[in-house]
Design a protein around this ligand. Sequence first.
Ligand code: FAD
Ligand code: SIN
Length: 520
Amino acid sequence: MRKKVDFLIIGSGIAGLTYALKVAEFGKVIIISKAIADETSTKYAQGGIAAVMSSPDSYKKHIEDTIDAGAGLCNKEIVEMTINESTERIKELIKWGTDFDKQTDGSYSLSREGGHSENRILHHKDTTGKEIIRALLQAAKEHKNIEILERHFAIDIITQHHLGLRVYSRTKNIQCYGAYILNPDNNEIFSVLSKVTLIATGGAGNVYRTTTNPRVATGDGIAMAYRAKAKVENMEFIQFHPTSLYNPGESPSFLITEALRGHGAILRNKHGEAFMPKYDKRKDLAPRDIVARAIDTEMKINGTNHVFLDSTHLDKEILIKEFPAIFEKCMSIGIDIREDMIPVIPAAHYTCGGIKVDSNSKSTIANLYASGECSSTGLHGANRLASNSLLEAVVFSHNAAIDSVEAVKTITWKDEIPHWNAEGTIMNEEMILITQTQNELRLIMNSYVSIVKSDLRLQRALDRLHLIYHETEELFNISILNKELCELRNSINTAYLIVKQAKSRRSNIGLHYSIDLIGK
Ligand code: FAD
Ligand code: SIN
């Protein structure tokens, strides 16, 4: 089977859907989603989306906060462009039906998170992402030009490589012609030929054992782009969210939004000491890299496997009203956030790097765009400012849409693309090998490539990754493909990029911190 489409979008989170809604006016769109369409990181976003809505806030302040959090590695022009567009893009989300909380006077209720000098986070209680995805998905489902293929898995993007040419990272003018898609229901792999392709596959938290990310976040798009020889950068900047609920055995870890600290909650160690003032003058609202490292240090000093987040001094009624999902979740495991401190632990949360794109979201491969968490735009530098990622996704998908509706006018389909060759492959009888390797991978990354790294730990990780990489490639080449095997392969590729790029970063900056680089 073969499908032809103007715009192929891989991923149905905020990046994929906002792009779809814009380009659908100009041609046929197919969205591929490997799970049901709303199962995305977007759906789990809690705190909200950062944007400049009213004084005393200003674009200047939001720009400065973003650059400050990024520890000197942000691209200033990109930061300015993104923040200056923030208000317009929020208006669009509202036009598509998103309901952000308001105050009694009708103005938007704006909360604060770490690294922000003003209250500027638009939110829908503590379930902002669920509300955004609800609105966007409904609009996309109603659009006659948008077809959503749920539970379909994009295996690889198609380039000249699939026409038998040798493609290297320095090959000039690599082109994307679409993607090979697996339908796990019948094991069929078909091609979608597209004029323009957008990778919007989200992050890679699941290469770690402890993560806030839903299961879908396995770095697929980053790995696909890397295999196709697109430039992938800044993968060493994996952001650990300081406060996920410490609830051993639960995976993914439930997030305790930073907005709770913005609301006045305080981090305490096992002695009840509010420790953040020792680490930063912004205390509990310092940027995430600083807070996560402080927690890591406190746990090591005190020999504990978590610290506490204390909200017991806050107004109890407002607490429940503003944070109903957190209240309910904690209650379900016997913690009443009005009376009890919440045990919390840092967890892998956000992939700051990814597929390198320009200000129009164009990757280094022609006709291939990337937006959202899978991309590296230059906005986040060495550490993303809280709630800037939903914003980044809407701004860059907007720019990608403007650029690509022009581009499709001169692009034709590549009809000579061959069908996927599955000759000689056999049904894999040992699914357990895939599960075990996935567990091994997550353990390697948790143990050796976490908040605090060292040269030795990174080398150990690399040695172990080599082994599981070769085993998994072998399995991939002989097996009738399934989603789990493809995800494992992608996760290993992504983990390899994290480790390799961490090894080559020779100074401590933002989220990248190694004991061998102290003072460098
Ligand atoms: P996603 O929303 O993750 O969507 C990815 C899509 O790609 C999914 O549809 C998935 O099925 C699909 N996909 C992936 N691989 C394939 C494949 N091979 N084939 C087919 N489909 C594929 N950011 C903020 O700004 N504010 C917040 O408050 C906030 N809170 C967060 C809370 C949590 C718990 C988490 C996990 C993240 C949070 N973030 C927050 C980060 C933010 O939610 C994400 O960065 C953002 O939603 C990513 O959007 P996306 O569209 O890039 O990807
Ligand atoms: C949170 O609500 O703390 C998450 C915000 C983010 O990741 O930007």
